[in-house]
Design a protein around this ligand. Structure first.
Ligand code: ATP
Ligand code: MG
Ligand code: MG
Length: 144
């Protein structure tokens, strides 16, 4: 049933749990695992008059953040016995990146954390999980 499984990784403990669940399913179904990551760098601001205008992160910063996250994710899935995961790093809006990559790869399942790095509010589900659940064309598993 599941041949192509996407795990969305943002570096959080929640996403780590999601990666582990994705590995388990990947092994059980003999599927191919793809790890998707959208690097997010806290932006510096520049004062324009009285407003703080965010400056876009540099390409180098994004590349470094992306490489670090993928290194961590690859180590986690390696511990779970998966050494042939495909990795995809793409800056942009994470929800859009995940949904569009899943579509392009004709994925059967997206696995993600119910919350992520921004887990300090009272919401049950993070905004990226909410968006992907609504827009994905395939099944979405949210891991608690
Ligand atoms: P919010 O970001 O809305 O404040 P949150 O950080 O708790 O809240 P989400 O961002 O929705 O929640 O994260 C939920 C899951 O979405 C993560 O566990 C991860 O699987 C995925 N995800 C979030 N951000 C990214 C990202 N930048 N790249 C890849 N996957 C992501
Ligand atoms: Mg988040
Ligand atoms: Mg589909």
């Amino acid at each position: 049933m599941f041949k192509t499984i996407i795990a969305a990784y943002d570096g959080s403990d929640h996403a780590q749990e999601a990666l582990k669940a994705a590995c388990d399913l990947t092994s059980k179904y003999g599927a191919r695992l793809h790890i998707v990551h959208t690097p997010q760098v806290a932006s510096e601001t520049m004062m324009v008059g009285y407003s703080a205008v965010p400056l876009p992160p540099s390409a180098e910063e994004l590349e470094k953040a992306g490489a670090d996250a993928i290194e961590k994710a690859t180590a986690i899935v390696g511990e779970q016995g998966i050494d042939n995961a495909v990795t995809h790093v793409q800056p942009g809006d994470p929800g859009r990146v995940i949904v569009e990559y899943a579509k392009a790869e004709n994925a059967d399942l997206i696995v993600m954390g119910r919350r992520g790095l921004g887990d300090f509010g009272s919401l049950l589900v993070g905004s990226i999980t909410h968006k992907v659940s609504q827009l994905a064309e395939c099944a979405v598993l949210t891991v608690k």
